[in-house]
Write a protein that binds this ligand. Structure first.
Ligand code: ADP
Length: 251
């Protein structure tokens, strides 16, 4: 897919990150995957198209208005990634109750920004499988999609709908990531599975979709994310985990 403009045309790949419902860690995953891919040497862009809760400016600690050249937005440099968010197009905290065409228009503006040398652009989609998501996918025409799910049954049923949505629009699902899979007690170290175990992997297998890996429920991951320090950018087990997911995605 060719988007935006630069002096010499850059062949760009767009990958959508979707989920069947909210709160499964899709935005957290998008931010950290973007950083992990950049650390692997790719020029990465991140489009935050989550009109219901654009969180990339906060996650990447880049709560600034992007500059523009004429009508063309210039993505913000954030932690080694170029980023634009629908949240940057409106006043902070404003609820974005856009309908499909309006959301698609806004996202178009983000796609047609000056992405410069970025060759891999992730799109953090709104959670769910409605008209808004459909028109965004049709507008962005990503070459593939990644689905984030928790092991919880309900999330899996919703994830199945997300898989169907991409199927309907002819976008291949590149893989499924299971988030909040298992929990190691920080006090006693005992491992437990608050949302069950293995559901996402089984679902992926049943549908012939690559299973990219899982990430445990982790208090330190949430704290770092809330503080605008994505763990993919800091040495530690979480960084290794996101690097492994990024490698699996590129495989
Ligand atoms: P979504 O984009 O799917 O709505 P978010 O990425 O906003 O979800 O995550 C929802 C909340 O869950 C955030 O507070 C985030 O920090 C937290 N979270 C995401 N993944 C994990 C995880 N693996 N462990 C602990 N907290 C997580």
């Amino acid at each position: 897919v060719r988007v935006g403009f630069t002096e010499e045309k850059v062949e760009r790949r767009m990958i959508a990150i979707g989920s069947g419902k909210g709160g499964v860690g899709k935005s957290t995953m998008s931010a950290n995957l973007a950083i992990a891919l950049a650390r692997l040497g790719h020029k990465v862009g991140l489009i935050d198209a989550d009109i219901y809760g654009p969180s990339q400016p906060r996650l990447l600690d880049a709560q600034v208005k992007p500059k523009a050249e004429g009508k063309t937005l210039i993505p913000v440099d954030a932690q080694g990634v170029k980023m634009l968010s629908v949240g940057q197009l409106v006043e902070p905290g404003t609820a974005l109750a856009w309908r499909g065409p309006m959301a698609a228009g806004a996202v178009n503006q983000l796609i047609e920004a000056d992405w410069g040398d970025a060759e891999l652009i992730l799109i953090d989609l709104p959670p769910g499988t409605g008209d808004v998501q459909l028109s965004l996918i049709q507008k962005a025409r990503p070459e593939g999609a990644v689905i984030v799910s928790t092991p919880q049954d309900l999330a899996l049923i919703d994830a199945t709908r997300a898989i169907d949505l991409f199927g309907k629009t002819g976008v291949p699902v590149l893989g499924l990531i299971e988030n909040m899979a298992g929990y190691a007690c920080p006090h006693c170290g005992e491992a437990s599975d608050p949302f069950g175990q293995g559901g996402a992997e089984a679902e992926a297998k049943a549908r012939d979709i690559p299973f990219l890996g899982r990430l445990p429920l982790s208090a330190s991951l949430r704290e770092a994310s809330d503080a605008g320090r994505p763990p993919a950018g800091e040495e530690g087990p979480a960084q290794d985990a996101f690097e492994a997911l990024a490698r699996a995605l590129l495989d």
